[in-house]
Design a protein. Sequence first.
Length: 434
Amino acid sequence: MNSPIRAKDRDAVIQSLRAGVVPRSGQHLIQVGRSREIETLVQDIERIADGGSAFRVVTGEYGAGKTFFLNLVRSIALEKKLVVANADLNPDRRLHSSCGQARSLYAELMRNLATRTKPDGGALAGIVEKFIGTVKTEAKSSGQSTEFVLRQKLEQLTELLNGYDFADVIAAYCRSHDEGNEQLKANAVRWLRGEFTTKTDARQALGVRAIIDDASVYDQLKLMARFVRLAGYAGLLIGLDELVNLYKLANTQARNSNYEQILRILNDSLQGASVGLGFVLGGTPEFLMDTRRGLYSYPALQSRLAQNTFASDGLVDFSGPVLPLSSLTPEDFYVLLHKIRTVYAFGDEQKSLLPDQGIFSFMEHCSKRIGDTYFRTPRTTITAFINMLAVLEQNPGVAWEELLGGLAVDVDAGGANDTIVNVDDDDEFASFKM
């Protein structure tokens, strides 16, 4: 007997899947397969929590479940008391730039900063508040001033780039807390989010001489990782998706500069130079292995990211920095559709709109129309399945056999304009967009 699923959780999962995007919550309700990959990332999370570092490039075809996997890892990290920040790369957000795109990526990461108690982002101020609360408690018990204890705790950050200014900004936030100065508090948060664009504005607002700019983004993330540990969290996990946007950069110099930044992050991780900081990057196999424009086009990265030549013929090696997502098997996909059917019915199997035989028939139908693609890159097929359930729910007199007898799944290369179309144009369910 399945546990009831709240309407809020059910709708969040179903609406996201139907739109072809990954649900932000409720991933555990539909997770299937890939246990070895998840186990590997859990080990990375535990290493970060132990003060170490981690770096992974997760690869998979479009629609294969990379984003879902990254979100699942994000949820696990939150449960393990890590702070998590995630962002998608796009033309305006990169790891390296000279025109503000790297700072834009940092600002997006800080907006999305999440903790277990604030999983939807916007947790930066709460993290600073928690640190200040710890400082005040310690100062009160030791009889020392709050400023003295705060500076003592932040001393270890001063060895890093912008460490002194970071400490000054936290101290300014603490003063604003004591004085009730909301403007000073807002200015401190703005600096921490990377929203100051000139050093003059930052100096006038906070008395600091540095700002977070394109060149200091990665160093600031290393600072933030140490700071969240001082605030009582286990570490910081950065999730970056859609790295194929770096692969698409037409300018070779801009592309290589971003790859150099990835190399720097990778080297720091492998050498243990970053404390309590992990990166999980999501991209397509072409982004990794294309020797003309992908990561493999940068020799130093190719040598570090090359696959283990002994891991062939079904053998795997999850110890390297690259984690290729295995394709779902037909058996996994059956379990996935079964779980989606259960979520659609609010966890009550008795209210399912489709019997087990209907799931088998749906899979057979898809296999005949589009081949193995239906379970290897399942995004389109999942949307089709939910669309069918929606029609069955809103039209009680229609039998599922009737729908499967006339559906055709049209899958193009991009997958963005996929449509389920009924062959019989006279039928009232002639077509519905995926």
